[in-house]
Design a protein around this ligand. Structure first.
Ligand code: F6R
Length: 614
């Protein structure tokens, strides 16, 4: 939620800040703003809506001396939590006499009401409805010539989460950044430092980075970075090297990031499973888990936590661990897990799934599981993210940057890796080498099968044309294909705004079938595998009620085709890998429906890429 960029160095700050904001816009796009220090004073520019609106209000910042002379600045793109998405609520927030302090914030100040009441009682006037302005005013209330002291005093009083950047008129060229629960990465350049909420905003400038830990405060001036605790004790943080290419974070000729990311899946999955399959021994190699077969066999349950698309991937993991390893598998929505005093302990291997590695509920679930004595592993895409670091062990997805708000390649990489986790657990139990080898080979085939689906993109686009005018849809599937139905329904609703519900195909008759008529199309996962004939039977029932049916079927399955009004074909494969292959088909279907409906595909309304609030 919300993106922060900050710059101090030899170049003009504004173009770098704006370019960074564009990269971070997926984190929030309700409003945007920048504050620059021109050597004498701080100037703030902000605007409702996307970053392009902000650029329009700046005039020609590429030649305007105000901007050219400013070598330090902070910037923000907002996803509203407190107060509507208006210009007055946009960051940066000024505070103090003549606006001597400027501050941008990502996160939530939970005790902002009490702090605000106190500051108002001291005569302070607030210009916005945000919790973030309370932090800005609090910093100013402590300011007595030393911004570090003012910020750290303020942050000690704050309950909640923050990634924060601020500067002061009296300390030109100096930036202060800090974090608790919201990510901050500091990019170290030549004569300059670029700070951002994630690496995509800095890779154009540098590959050398430092990830702040919770309660770190960094004082930055040009290329000087001094990191301290809130009590001013100096701390060293490791230097990390960012290996994403700048191209990987660009659209590369595609109309939308989402389409690009769908097309990247064969390569992304190859990267996710590379070096992780041992064909000789018919097992998976997951050194990031740091657990030997002897240790793995001690676990009685695989407990998976996550949210949204990551939760749907987790469901496939549950099916696979029970199917392959005859071991108890369970998936839990991370927010439910954290708040219901879960029964979990040393016999559980807890796997937290997250693309961003920053989802607040998933992070809290990780902490709860650790506190309850469980072994926790992260299955995360973003290297150095909070969940990856706090879990302490885990498996990186290596999917590359996922920019489109709707998750695509992260899901297919998550499922690919979960299949390997299930395989590893199974081989330590009753699964034979031959069976392990067979599953390994099926997993290795996935990139090629996904490519085959992508090659049918034009046919899927054609099918999508028939579905653009509906306002509701059902998705149905059984067994392994049920999580695919959930993910398909999630994808269509978030990017096309068509209301969609997913059911186990058997569940229709227990109520939802009452809604079926010619205005309620049904997308059915009918590819060959266990339970397929039953799903075909359910499809007949849908058509008897005039519901138009789109079947995802196995190539050449004429019987299944005859039961449907429309079909999308996928190559033959076992249901456990079909979860990936069929999902790619549904991603493309959702993409084309949304495109034809003229939706904002990469940045759907009300959403943000990284959900760092509860
Ligand atoms: C849907 C989507 C979200 C995320 C969810 C968890 O397309 O992207 O449902 O999957 O917010 O995010 P991560 O995986 O970053 O924890």
């Amino acid at each position: 939620m919300c993106g922060i960029v900050a710059y101090s160095g030899v170049r003009a700050a504004s173009p770098i800040l704006l370019q960074g904001l564009r990269k971070l816009e997926y984190r929030g796009y309700d409003s945007a703003g920048i504050a620059i220090h021109d050597g004498a004073k701080i100037q703030i520019f902000k605007q409702e809506g996307k970053v392009s609106n902000l650029v329009d209000t700046l005039g020609d910042y590429k030649t305007d001396p105000t901007h050219l002379n400013a070598h330090a600045g902070i910037a923000h793109t907002r996803w509203a939590t407190h107060g509507p998405p208006t210009t007055k609520n946009a960051h940066p927030h000024p505070a103090g006499e003549g606006g001597r302090i400027a501050l941008v914030h990502n996160g939530i100040i939970e005790n902002y009401r009490g702090l605000k009441a106190r500051l108002e009682a001291d005569g302070r006037v607030f210009l916005s409805d945000t919790d973030s302005e309370v932090l800005a005013q609090l910093v100013d209330s402590y300011y007595d010539g030393n911004l570090f002291e003012a910020l750290s005093s303020a942050l000690k009083e704050v309950e909640g989460t923050f990634g924060v950047a601020c500067m002061c008129e009296d300390e030109p060229g100096k930036l202060l950044v800090a974090r608790r629960g919201s990510p901050i990465v500091i990019g170290l350049g030549d004569g300059e430092t670029i700070v951002a909420s994630d690496a995509s905003a800095i890779i154009k400038h540098t590959r050398q980075a430092i990830y702040l830990d919770d309660n770190d405060v960094a004082v930055i001036e040009g290329d000087q970075v001094d990191i301290r605790t809130l009590d001013a004790v100096p701390v060293q943080r490791d230097l990390a090297s960012i290996d994403w290419s700048a191209d990987a974070a660009e659209k590369g000729g595609f109309e939308h990031y989402m389409l690009k990311e769908i097309y990247e899946q064969p390569e992304a999955i190859r990267n996710a499973i590379r070096g992780r399959v041992n064909l000789d021994r018919g097992t998976a190699v997951l050194s990031g888990l740091g657990l030997s077969p002897r240790e793995l066999v001690q676990f009685q349950r695989l407990l998976i936590v996550g949210c949204g698309t990551s939760l749907n991937a987790g469901l496939v993991g549950e099916y696979a661990v029970e199917d392959f390893a005859a071991m108890l598998g369970e998936v839990e929505q991370a927010a439910e897990f954290r708040y219901r005093n879960p029964i979990v302990g040393s016999k559980d291997l807890v796997v937290a799934i997250s693309q961003s590695g920053e989802t607040a509920d998933t992070l809290a679930a990780v902490r709860e599981a650790i506190d309850k004595g469980s072994m926790v592993a992260g299955l995360v895409n973003v290297v150095g993210s909070t969940i990856a670091r706090e879990a302490g062990r885990g498996i990186y997805l290596h999917a590359g940057p996922e920019i489109s708000v709707a998750s695509t390649k992260a899901f297919t990489c998550q499922v690919s890796v979960l299949l390997l986790v299930a395989l590893k657990l199974a081989r330590g139990r009753r699964m034979s080498r031959e069976e392990g080898l067979r599953i390994s080979q099926e997993v290795l085939r996935v990139p090629e099968l996904v490519q085959q689906v992508i090659d049918t993109n034009d046919a899927i686009a054609k099918v999508a044309e028939a579905f653009t005018d509906y306002e509701h849809m059902f998705y149905i599937g059984r067994g392994y294909m049920f999580p695919v139905a959930l993910e398909g329904a999630l994808k269509i609703k978030e990017i096309s705004y068509i209301h969609a519900e997913a059911y186990n195909a058997a569940e229709l008759k227990h109520g939802p079938i009452a809604l079926l008529d010619e205005n309620m199309p049904v997308v059915a996962l009918m590819n060959k595998g266990p339970g397929q004939e039953k799903t075909v039977g359910n499809v007949e029932e849908c058509r008897a009620r005039k519901a138009p049916v789109l079947g995802v079927i196995t190539e050449g399955d004429e019987e299944a085709r005859a039961a449907c009004d429309f079909t999308i074909e996928i190559p033959a494969c076992p249901h456990y890998t079909a979860t990936i292959v069929a999902t790619v088909a549904l991603q493309l279907f959702s993409y084309h429906v949304a495109r034809l409906r003229g939706c904002s595909i990469d940045q759907p309304r009300n959403l943000a890429k990284s959900v760092t609030v509860e």
